[in-house]
Design a protein around this ligand. Structure first.
Ligand code: HEC
Length: 153
């Protein structure tokens, strides 16, 4: 069947655009250890890992994060409404947002590392910094609570 809904096609469109620009230089997709390779530069990762989420994962905070993810922070455009990213597109595998529902990936990252990415972007990829232009620090922590919820937490 034509199972892909309009959102899927939009996501694929974005993916193709990203692919055509050739800007995204990402990890190899799937079970490849490249997905788990730390993204925070080695001289900053120790400090980044000491940073913890000041917010509790209450339904209210996760709900605020969800609204941001699907709304003004447009994370869903690239990372997918379901958090599964865009890594299943032939020819673009490895250059696109990872699967947030991947438990191994969830376990490999500290909250502090993810926060560092929202502040600085992910070096060598199309992931831009979102703090402070799009998200306040508090909003970033709310979004990260929602990202964690993809891992079933
Ligand atoms: C323009 C597309 C795009 C948008 C919008 C976007 N991202 Fe990304 N993001 C990427 C790409 C590409 C990567 C690099 C590939 C990867 O690591 O998954 C990435 C990487 C990440 C990472 C690092 C994963 C890791 O451990 O290496 C996090 C965390 C992240 N994004 C969260 C978010 C959040 C939260 C939002 C919304 C505030 C967002 N992204 C918006 C494309 C995007």
């Amino acid at each position: 069947m034509w199972g892909a809904n309009v959102g899927d096609w939009l996501r694929r469109g974005v993916a193709v655009l990203l692919g055509v620009t050739g800007i995204v230089v990402g990890p190899t997709w799937g079970a490849d250890p490249e997905v788990l390779r730390p993204r925070v530069p080695v001289d900053q990762i120790e400090a980044a890992r000491t940073v913890t989420n000041p917010l509790a994962a209450t339904p209210e905070n996760v709900g605020k994060g969800k609204a941001l993810y699907h709304g003004k922070a447009f994370c869903a455009t690239c990372h997918g409404r379901d958090g599964k990213g865009l890594g299943d597109i032939p020819g673009l595998v490895g250059r696109l947002p990872r699967d947030f529902t991947d438990q191994t990936w969830q376990a490999a990252r500290t909250d502090g590392e993810l926060f560092w990415i929202l502040k600085n972007g992910s070096p060598g990829t199309d992931m831009a910094p979102f703090i402070p232009l799009i998200l306040t620090e508090e909003e970033a922590w709310q979004v990260l609570l929602y990202v964690r919820s993809f891992g079933g937490r």
